[in-house]
Structures are given as C-alpha cells and as structure tokens.
Design a protein around this ligand. Structure first.
Ligand code: G6Q
Length: 554
C-alpha cells in the first residue's frame, strides 16, 4: 500500500498550505461573522470550537478528503468489528466492548464478549460494595479505609487520572497510587497508612512488570511485618487485576481475589476494564457506569456521525494539518480545571505510546512526521510559566483548551476568573498584537512616545497560533467518559492517516528488557562487554559506590 503522502488529498493539501500559511486568523474572523458558528461542533455534552485554527472551508474539505483517502470509514468498521488490527500482537482492539450499552453483541473471533465483560463488572461491583460498606474486612476485622493501587503505565495512569478528576464524587475509601519502582513512592504513600485498614490492588495486565511486582512484594512485606507475619493476612489485603491468573497465583494472591480482563484490551485503553477497580471503590458502581455510558455515547457518535460533524475525526485531522503541513512538533493539552490535573499525563501516554512510531503497519518507513510530543498542565499555572513560548516563541504549538463552564467549588469569584483567563489566552494566541497596538498600549501605560516606539517591537505578538476550545458544562462521570473516548478515537484516526499500528508498544518492551540486563550486571558485579563505554562506566561507578557503602556499614 502507498504512503498517505502519495494520496491526492495530501498533494492538494501541500498546495493549499502554500496559500494558508500567509493568511492570518484575525483577518479570517474579520471577513466572516459566521466563522465561530461554522467551525463549532457538539456531541455527548462536549462543544468543540475549532474556529481558532488556520483553516478555511477548503482546508476542512481537503482534510476530510485525506481521511477518505486513508479509508478511515473502513478502519472504523474494522475496529468495531473486532478485527485483529493490532497486527504485531495479532489482537483485536476492543476496549469499546467494555463500555458497550444495550443488548447487541460485541464479537471478537466470533465470540460475543459482552457476557464476559458484564460478569467481571458484576464481580467488581459486588467486591467494591462490600469494601465500601465495610463488609469486606481486613485481617484484624477492621473495615478498609485506604486503597493503594500498585501498577504502572496503562495500569496506573487511567485510574489515577479518573480518580482525581472525579474527586467530587468520592464517597468510598481514600485511593492512593504507587507506580514508580523508586521505593520513595511506596514508602511515602504507606507512611501514614494503617496496615489493618489498607487494601492493595495489584494491577498488571501481564503480571510480569518489574516495577509493579517489586512494589507489590515490598507492600506485602510491609503488611506482614505489621500484622504478625501470618500469610493468611495477604488474602484480606491484596487483590489483583490481570489477564494472567497463573502469574497472580504464583505471586501468592488467591485467584478468587483476582479480577480479569482480556488481551484485546490494550494497557493504555484499560481504565474501562477491571483496571478501573480503584475508581469503583472511590465513587461506586453507579458512578463508574456513568463514566462507561459517556464513553459509549462518544463511541456511537464516532461510528455514526458524518466526517464533517465527527468530533474525534475533526480534532484528529486538525492535528495532522499542523504536524504534517506546519511542522508542529508538539501539542499542548491545557485543562482549566484542577481536577483534570492528570489528563495531560494520561493523554501523553495514550498518544505518544500509540503514535510515536516511524514504520507503517505495512512495514514501510514513513517519510513524514507522525505523533507529536504531547504535554501540558492545568490552567492558570502554565500562564506563569511556559505560555511565554506559546505566545512569542519560534515554535508553533497547537493547544487544546478544556474548560468546564461550572465549577465543583463555586467559591467567591474564582471560577469567572478561571474562565476569563482561559478565553483570554486562546483569543490572544489567535489575534496577537501588532506594532501599532503595542505602541498604543505602552503610551497608555504612561510611557513617553519615543520610548514606546522603541520598545513596541518587543511587545508584538504575531498571533495566528491555533487552538481548540472544548467546553463541557461540568466535569461529571459522563462528560469525562466522553472526553477520554474522544481523545482515544482522535489517536486512532491519526494512526489511520499515518498508516500506523497504534496499539503495540515495542518501546515500552525494550525498556522492560534493558533494565533486566543491567540488573544482571549488578549481580555479576561487572558490566557485560556489550555495553558502550559510557554505560559500562556508569555501571562501574554504581558498583563501586555500593561496595564502599557496604564497607562503611561493616
Ligand atoms: C500500555 C503499555 C504499558 C503498560 C505498562 C504496564 O499500553 O503497554 O504502559 O500498561 O507497561 O504493564 P502491565 O499492566 O502488564 O504491568
């Protein structure tokens, strides 16, 4: 198959870009009073205003044509039909089944997986309810007050992000997350916890991940040391979420206390599965079902809406426009909501692990850029830090502003100020400020005319910097579910355009293997000859340091 770069729409976009690069959005707004209306879409409680992009009707037509050239409709069909589109792992990509509503079957390899999905959901619900109502008790008979999720990557970021986002809905035990193999993470988390009332959820799809098993082993030791050493205590304080019952059993967790998911659920798409157990423990099953429903509504919209009304498709194509035609290297996710503080981290993994790839699924090296660097943090903090670069830096950074219209904490005038800041930023990025405006501003602030003329160029903002604004009424389980699913499908669409398999992660696996090799060197107390001289030197320094520390202790 040919690379997308050879498609007619791509070639047309190359020509179109030559024209668009000279147009300023300020003029486009000036020429068309309907622009905001025209470039606004709504679905599933989300309004997407994409009018502050460097686009015209013609741009969007060409971008939708690009989606057609990439056979996007065909790929959406294959995704929802449960085909093995993750070709390197020979798996379906079917997290949509985890949130599917209604009675229609969802088949993978001819089998309707809905009975399996609902069976596990029922077990998750029953277990969580028992914990939340204090019927599930610890080894010494006390109810659970704290839950510690031990997992990493996809087995951490999703539940971490959602638990934080839905804090206003928490009415269960406190939830904590330990992911880093740095012992500090575990030590600082359990420092204030009471082992008698703490439940550990060991979350690992493969149950082989070094960080998770190391943390789980240390957590078990911490618990047993404090509860008298009876191994029977483990059954009351450890449960597992995994696709690998044999490995869970080997680790010493009773598989009766294991919640299953399946290989067609990718790690970074797994928060909807039993990996969401900490969410259910925190907000209850009803809240989790609302999250699932919101995601399902977005799945349905994605499947059914025509390209030009389709939120994930539109937002994905705008991203492609900047990556491939404006050479944008990164994109910022800027939620103006403190509860969404982990959304940028979550999307960083979802996007960069999915589309951070340079070879097509047909084994051809791409000759164009693929997934951008994704970064960001909640507003308004970033305004006092890196927004300078967004406004006047030499790089184009398309931004997604995410703004809830209602706060869960309507305290004094905080929220209007938050909203005003968000809207002011996207407006300033779009409009910019020319030299005359800069001079007038300086004069108005009291500067004399000559000085104002001299300094005005420093205060010029070229503007024309693109952003999307995504509005929701409030961050609720439903809107959060829809928002996450919107980004999941955006990532899928971009992967389709770039011809990638967005669902494997050889880079993660490389990291897992390399660390074990070096641990072997530590045991042998010397670097293996395969290392470069820098790595060998660093290994030697660590070993020398260890040796000297031992001598000191002796
Ligand atoms: C996600 C990746 C990766 C994975 C972690 C944890 O899509 O595969 O982030 O989630 O490496 O893996 P386990 O869940 O198997 O421990």
């Amino acid at each position: 198959m040919n690379l997308i770069k050879e498609s007619p729409a791509w070639n047309a976009l190359v020509g179109h870009h030559q024209h668009m690069r000279n147009l300023h959005m300020r003029d486009l707004f000036g020429q068309d009073a309907e622009r905001a209306d025209k470039f606004t879409l709504g679905a599933c409680g989300i309004t997407l205003d994409y009018s502050k992009n460097r686009i015209t009707d013609g741009t969007m037509e060409l971008l939708y044509a690009l989606a057609r050239d990439a056979d996007l409709a065909g790929w959406i069909g294959r995704l929802f039909d449960g085909e093995h589109i993750n070709i390197t792992e020979d798996r379906a990509v079917f997290h949509m089944a985890l949130r599917h509503q209604g009675e229609t079957p969802m088949r993978v390899d001819g089998q309707d997986v809905m009975p399996l999905v609902r069976g596990v959901l029922d077990r998750v619900a029953a277990f969580s309810q028992a914990v939340r109502e204090g019927r599930w008790r610890g080894y010494t008979g006390k109810a659970i007050t704290d839950v510690v999720n031990i997992g990493i990557g996809g087995s951490n970021l999703g539940p971490l992000m959602v638990c934080n986002a839905l804090k206003p809905y928490h009415d269960g035990p406190a939830v904590h997350f330990v992911s880093n193999v740095d012992a500090t993470h575990l030590a600082e988390t359990v420092r204030e916890l009471d082992p008698e009332t703490t439940l550990f959820v060991v979350a690992s799809k493969t149950f082989t991940t070094q960080e998770t098993l190391t943390n789980a082993t240390s957590a078990r030791r911490w618990l047993l040391e404090r509860l008298g050493g009876d191994p029977a205590a483990v059954a009351k304080h450890f449960v597992a979420v995994s696709t690998a019952p044999d490995k869970v059993g080997e680790f010493g967790i009773d598989t009766a206390n294991m919640f299953e998911f399946w290989d067609w659920v990718g790690g970074r798409y797994s928060l909807w599965s039993a990996i969401g157990l900490p969410i259910v423990l925190a907000i209850g099953m009803d809240g989790f079902q609302r999250l699932l429903r919101g995601a399902w509504e977005m799945d349905t919209h994605f499947q059914q809406a025509p390209l030009a009304q389709n939120l994930p498709v539109t937002i994905a194509l705008l991203g492609v426009w900047y990556v491939n035609f404006f050479a944008a290297e990164s994109t910022a996710v800027l939620p103006y909501d403190q509860y969404l503080q982990y959304l940028p981290d979550y999307l960083q993994q979802a996007d960069m692990e999915s589309n951070g790839k340079g070879m097509t699924r047909d084994g051809i090296h791409v000759t164009y850029d693929t997934g951008p660097v994704v970064w960001g943090s909640p507003g308004t903090d970033g305004q006092h830090a890196y927004y300078q670069l967004l406004h006047q830096g030499t790089r184009l950074v398309p931004c997604d502003f995410i703004l809830p219209l209602r706060s869960h904490n309507p305290m004094a005038d905080h929220h209007p100020k938050l909203v005003a800041n968000c809207l002011a930023q996207s407006e300033a990025l779009m409009r910019g400020r020319n030299e005359d405006e800069a001079r007038d501003m300086l004069v108005r602030s009291g500067m004399d005319e000559a000085m104002a003329r001299a300094l005005a160029p420093q205060s010029v903002f070229e503007g024309n910097r693109p952003s999307n604004t995504l509005l929701v009424n409030q961050v609720t389980p439903e809107t959060l579910g829809s928002l996450i699913a919107l980004y999941e499908h955006k990532i899928f669409v971009q992967g389709v355009i770039w011809g990638l398999n967005s669902f494997d992660q050889p880079g993660v696996e490389l990291g897992k293997r390399l660390a074990s090799d070096i641990l072997g060197d530590f045991e042998r107390k010397m670097p293996s000859p395969e290392h470069d001289s820098s790595t060998a030197q660093l290994i030697r320094r660590y070993l020398e340091h260890q040796f000297l520390t031992h001598l000191d202790q002796d």
